[in-house]
Design a protein around this ligand. Sequence first.
Ligand code: SF4
Ligand code: SF4
Length: 295
Amino acid sequence: MAFDLDEAIGAGRVGFFTDTSVCIGCKACEVACKEWNAVPEDGLTFTGMSYDNTVGLGADTWRHVAFIEQRRPLGHQEPGLNDQDFRWLMASDVCKHCTHAACLDVCPTGSLFRTEHGTVVVQEDVCNGCGYCVPACPFGVIGKREREQGGTAAKCTMCYDRLGAGQEPACAKTCPTDSIQFGDLEELRERAERRLEQVRGAGVTSARLYGHDTGDGVGGMGAFFLLLDEPEVYGLPPDPVVTTRDLPSMWRHAGAAALALMAGMTAAALLRRPAGAEAVSSALLGSAAPGRRRS
Ligand code: SF4
Ligand code: SF4
């Protein structure tokens, strides 16, 4: 385990910039992800939640396209629905590959690790299935695959194998509108700022970047987003904080408390020694130091 909030991620960090303003909800990213990574089906059912039948991220859903219906116009869009204002917000969610990744902090086997690309990857063959990483993730991204004999954690790897071969991740490669953009994280951040200005200039003043700020509670995300509304609308926490943030100080306080307890118990034991024991120890002291005067 490594509770290191000053963890330095080397140069050449890559990431995703997901511009939800151009997502058309085709779900090609979900399909490409499943196909390339051989992610099994996750029990598709009719949820009755618009066109969303995967509901959220999990062990077998590494990309999830949310469909949110709102009675509001999208910028200057003319939806033509009997004069009703209506828009769909679509957003392809994914693991955030956090700068301070709590999943990685709590993993006792080293199954979760930081790659040379600055991404966070889980190795199925090293995972012991303890599941500590599942509640540690502040976004509910990582899940555990249940198997007859144990199970292992699983989540987006940002197509680690493809990156090693100089290829972009399957979802970004497939996205027909470039809603999912992959590349050098610093470059993506600059691109996202320019795009935000453009979208706001077009009248969508509620547009904002999410996970782009390196000063946020997870130190900035390796996968960040341009959203058209509040993060909560998309099911994202508005102010995520790395759940292991307080662990170093908790350990320090626990250590100090244990030392204080031991000191207190020792002092109490010395003070409560019986009179007989006092006499014996005085006698022993006297015989051990014959030249010493007793008072
Ligand atoms: S989003 Fe969750 S699973 Fe992904 S790196 Fe961050 S803490 Fe880990
Ligand atoms: S492939 Fe692109 S446009 Fe299609 S759902 Fe995914 S992010 Fe949206």
